[in-house]
Design a protein around this ligand. Structure first.
Ligand code: NAD
Length: 345
């Protein structure tokens, strides 16, 4: 049974995907260089999961910048890749920030796909985004709806998708999942729902940008992880694209009210101008994923909100350093590229 490489495996989505893969009995390799509290927490949770799972699961952890690794060597040791390392966030992509989005999304994906040419992989799963559609004023975006991003971030993800298409012609088995506003335990602290929950527990007031009637197709991270798993186990044509979204857009105002209903606490709000690049509405038509991957969203908003709020309150307590028992009896060596070790980035 071949290992799955999860890049960004200590990020929000990656942490849940990694746990799911372990639960399915897969060997996993994680590359993640994040050292914020949230990634340390994810590492600690994975280590304790491994220590308590019987039979003992094998995990190899590379706390490295993916861009500094010898990718061909890395890929030769695994059977499939879930590529979640990247530069998320819409607002950070304006101005000079686009340099990071180009490097973290476009260039890094290109290097991964290039390294995969002539390597025998079953699948590379790439993380794209609903932001490639821009606004979905009415109805639901299907995979063949126009690509019309409103932000440089969306442009970077559209480019990632086009790279997958180009490398499909070179027999690289990359497929694209378009994630719609993912939420649930461990959500990135910069995301709106995480900030709203934080505001309700005494954090800074939540800033509503615009009138609050903007709608997002919120998708729970457990549903996303199941979609990733289905993508690894289903025969697919290289370059295939799937919407992974709940199909239930909700307005920001209704979302805040739903959070208040769960916590029983008011969320202090302030108003500000709309953010450039933020669509008024995102909405997923997920019928293709249903027909081909056998995937459909299962987590209700009420369940998903409880999951994220529970996690938010738990994580407010200080976290000890990520020590713990070694994951494998003999740690495997880290592969480093001698060329990139001297490169400027
Ligand atoms: P995240 O920031 O929580 O996770 C990304 C992880 O990748 C982080 O832990 C980071 O440390 C790691 N990473 C980044 N660059 C790296 C590098 N060069 N080397 C090693 N590790 C690196 O973000 P997320 O929300 O989990 O998103 C994962 C992917 O899904 C991203 O590509 C994002 O654009 C995409 N996506 C997310 C959402 C969402 O709603 N969260 C929606 C659409 C698409």
């Amino acid at each position: 049974d071949e290992a799955v490489l999860i890049t960004g495996g200590f990020g929000f989505i990656g942490a849940v995907v990694a746990q799911r893969m372990l639960g399915a009995g897969r060997r996993i390799v994680i590359v993640d260089n994040g050292r914020e509290v949230r990634q340390m927490r994810a590492e600690r949770a994975l280590r304790s999961l491994c220590a308590t799972t019987s039979p003992r699961r094998e995990v190899r952890i590379l706390r490295e910048d993916l861009g500094q690794l010898d990718l061909r060597t890395l890929l030769s040791d695994v059977g499939a890749v879930v590529h979640l390392a990247g530069r998320p966030g819409v607002q950070s992509s304006w101005g000079q920030g686009f340099v990071d989005h180009l490097a973290g999304n476009v260039e890094l994906t290109q290097r991964l796909l290039e390294a995969a040419v002539d390597v025998d992989l079953a699948r590379i799963v790439l993380a794209s985004s609903s932001s490639i559609y821009g606004d979905v004023n009415q109805g639901y975006a299907a995979e063949d709806s126009p690509v019309a991003p409103l932000s440089p971030y969306g442009v970077s993800k559209a480019s990632v998708e086009m790279l997958a298409g180009a490398y499909a012609h070179r027999h690289v088995p990359a497929v694209v999942l378009r994630f719609f506003s993912v939420y649930g335990r461990g959500q990135r602290p910069d995301m709106a729902l995480a900030r709203a929950i934080d505001a309700s527990f005494g954090g800074p007031p939540f800033v509503i940008r615009g009138n609050g009637h903007q709608e997002r197709d919120l998708t729970h991270v457990d549903d996303v992880a199941r979609a990733v798993h289905a993508t690894l186990t289903t025969p697919l044509a290289p370059g295939a694209v799937f919407n992974i979204g709940s199909g239930h857009p909700i307005s920001l105002r209704r979302l805040l009210a739903a959070v208040e209903a769960v916590t029983g606490r008011r969320i202090p709000v302030e108003f500000a101008d709309p953010s450039p690049g933020d669509p008024v509405r995102t909405a997923a038509d997920h019928r293709r994923a249903g027909a081909i991957l056998g995937w459909r969203p299962q987590v209700t908003l009420a369940e998903g909100l409880r999951d994220q709020i529970r996690d938010h309150t738990a994580s407010r307590f200080p976290i000890p350093a990520a020590e713990g028992p070694p994951m494998v009896a003999t740690p495997l060596p880290t592969v480093r590229s001698s060329i990139s070790a001297s490169s400027p980035r």
